[in-house]
Design a protein around this ligand. Sequence first.
Ligand code: ADP
Length: 372
Amino acid sequence: MAEVILDHVYKAYPGNPEPTVKDINLHIKDKEFMVLVGPSGCGKSTTLRMIAGLEEITGGTISIGGVVVNNIPPKNRDIAMVFQNYALYPHMTVYENMAFGLRLRHFNKAEIDRRVREAAAILGLDDPKENYLERKPKNLSGGQRQRVAVGRAIVRQPKAFLFDEPLSNLDAKMRVQMRAEISRLHHRLESTMIYVTHDQVEAMTMGDRICVMKDGIIQQVADPISLYNNPSNKFVAGFIGTPPMNFFDGRLEEKDGKMFFVEDTFSIELTDPEWKKKVQAANVTDVTFGIRPEDIGSETAEQNPDFPRIKAKIEVIEPMGAETHIYLNTGKHNFIARIDPLRKVTYGEEIELSVFMPKAHLFRNDTEEAIF
Ligand code: ADP
């Protein structure tokens, strides 16, 4: 079992006024692919480095496979880390780069050879015509170098793999390819993997679960679809998804027993009794209405005459091929809609778009927490 548990973990760097990581509680299950995601500087790498033992823990405990590792040095934690800058030894061949860590640990030659060749096969570095294993890192592409770095981790057969932004040095196409390769690797090796990235697309596509962080604090931990559909606050709602969720700042008003979200250019009745209950429990007036670009002006929304409509002017049209993004302005707010590419729209046109209410969100303005 290689579950990784962070229990009330804090990190304060000397000289910084505030702790960088605050009260992190995270239970990463055995064989789980957990992604830590958040904007630059939110404390993801610090958290990962504390798990690795490369950074001291200021408070709390971290355990790996049931053993508290707070005072165990990195080399004895039985984990392997893959970094953004592959950190390969330039003077060694690919084979030696992968074998090196095992030699240090006094594995016998045959076992080293078996593990290196197996890792090379898993990573597609075993084509005899290409002779990758005998090449030096400088004679490899960026993607191949990253594979060697992963290979070096695989041969160790660690309890857990830690990845720190491993794909950020690769070009966009290679990143997409390596993303799928690491996912495939996870299914094949069935090991615990913890992966740090600032890229929400990487998080969504790779994680069994995603831990969203901001300012050293966990905002939400959930599987990708739950995170997308039920963000617990406005930050998560805006961080996950491209183009991002549209937000409309406004207030709640009750009239003749009916509940409305009202902003300067439109108002929307909240008809669902569940919403009303949640709104009443929240007991606030200032709120933000959230709707994702695909839930405004979509075919499903347009077909239902009961859904509210927002009138706006088209300012930009971006044909993406499979869909069209339109940037609109209500006179007060800008927002984006993802519409059917066959729908004819023109610059400057005033249109009305239906809001698919089952996918609507409402956030309190004081704490930014989701009401629904
Ligand atoms: P992320 O990986 O989310 O980009 P980091 O964990 O690298 O964030 O850094 C979080 C914060 O901690 C940053 O503000 C950074 O400046 C600070 N920090 C990181 N390492 C150190 C250090 N060794 N000493 C002081 N502050 C640090």
